[in-house]
Write a new protein. Structure first.
Length: 257
């Protein structure tokens, strides 16, 4: 059987998950056992989509360590190790870098720049980057220096109503963007075809592309119906406990293709 060339780096949920950072979400109880079961189902979904899955455990003491997406920007040409805007999250990147070093040459975001992977959306040769509470203008410049030399066009997108750009905007397999316009500066997306998430599901815009398969949280049933109606292959998985920690389907993995 041919081996998959897609690797998904994940990290097991921390027993301290309920102490996570929260910005736009109110703190409520998180069921750690349910979070672990949902994470196992998420890893299974990644495998079903054709990925080899690694589950790291080096950040089990760090509440937000499960949200590996924020620690790096992975391109075919190399990886940029981020400097998270949330100070409490800065120590997470070492464990992610140790794994990524097996697969990519790395560069680093340096102070005063801050950049989190949840703010970086790749659409073909364009990188849309959220200017958010976690990613500053120097972080955008760092991304531009890193990716510009490989020919990527780096475009900032002001984000005001959500934690990260990808909370409010992700890409479908044909390059159209699934968006919640209320949470970002839509003028910055000029030139892209936009599809609005259902009004009842403002958090639905966070979908992950694993190969050509659209993966979504099963809590966003109307968004799932919308994606199916557009003709895209779709898989869903329950992620309620991670939503309470302000994370979605993209946040839980780093895809190394
Ligand atoms: C945080 O506030 O940093 C975490 N509780 C959630 C991070 C979610 N990550 C993502 O959207 N890429």
């Amino acid at each position: 059987m041919a081996r998959s060339t897609l690797l998904a780096i994940t990290h097991l949920p921390s027993p301290k998950l309920a102490e996570c950072q929260l910005t736009f979400v109110e703190r409520g109880p998180i069921d750690y056992g349910a979070a672990c079961r949902q994470h196992a189902a998420y890893r299974e979904l990644l495998r079903d989509c054709g990925a080899d899955v690694v589950a790291l455990a080096g950040n089990l003491d760090r509440p937000d360590g499960v949200f590996v997406e924020d620690a790096a920007i992975v391109l075919p040409e190399g990886a940029l190790i981020t400097r998270p805007g949330a100070e409490s999250r800065r120590a997470e990147v070492a464990a992610i870098e140790a794994e990524l070093s097996k697969h990519r040459l790395r560069e680093h975001v340096l102070p005063p720049a801050t950049l989190e992977g949840g703010d970086v959306l790749r659409v073909g040769r364009t990188l849309l980057v959220g200017l958010s509470s976690r990613t500053n203008a120097a972080g955008v410049d760092a991304l531009r220096r890193f990716a510009g030399r490989y020919g990527y066009d780096v475009r900032p997108v002001p984000v005001h109503g959500s934690l990260h750009l990808k909370t409010a905007c992700t890409a479908l397999p044909d390059g159209r963007l699934l968006v919640n316009r209320a949470w970002l500066d839509v003028a910055a997306l000029d030139g892209f075809d936009l599809i609005d998430v259902p009004a009842a599901e403002p958090w639905g815009a966070n979908v992950a592309l694993v190969g050509e398969i659209v993966c979504a949280a099963s809590e966003h049933a109307e968004t799932a119906d919308l994606v199916l109606s557009l003709g895209f292959p779709l898989r869903t998985v329950a992620l309620s406990e991670f939503a309470k920690a302000e994370g979605g389907v993209t946040c839980l993995s780093l895809l190394v293709g």
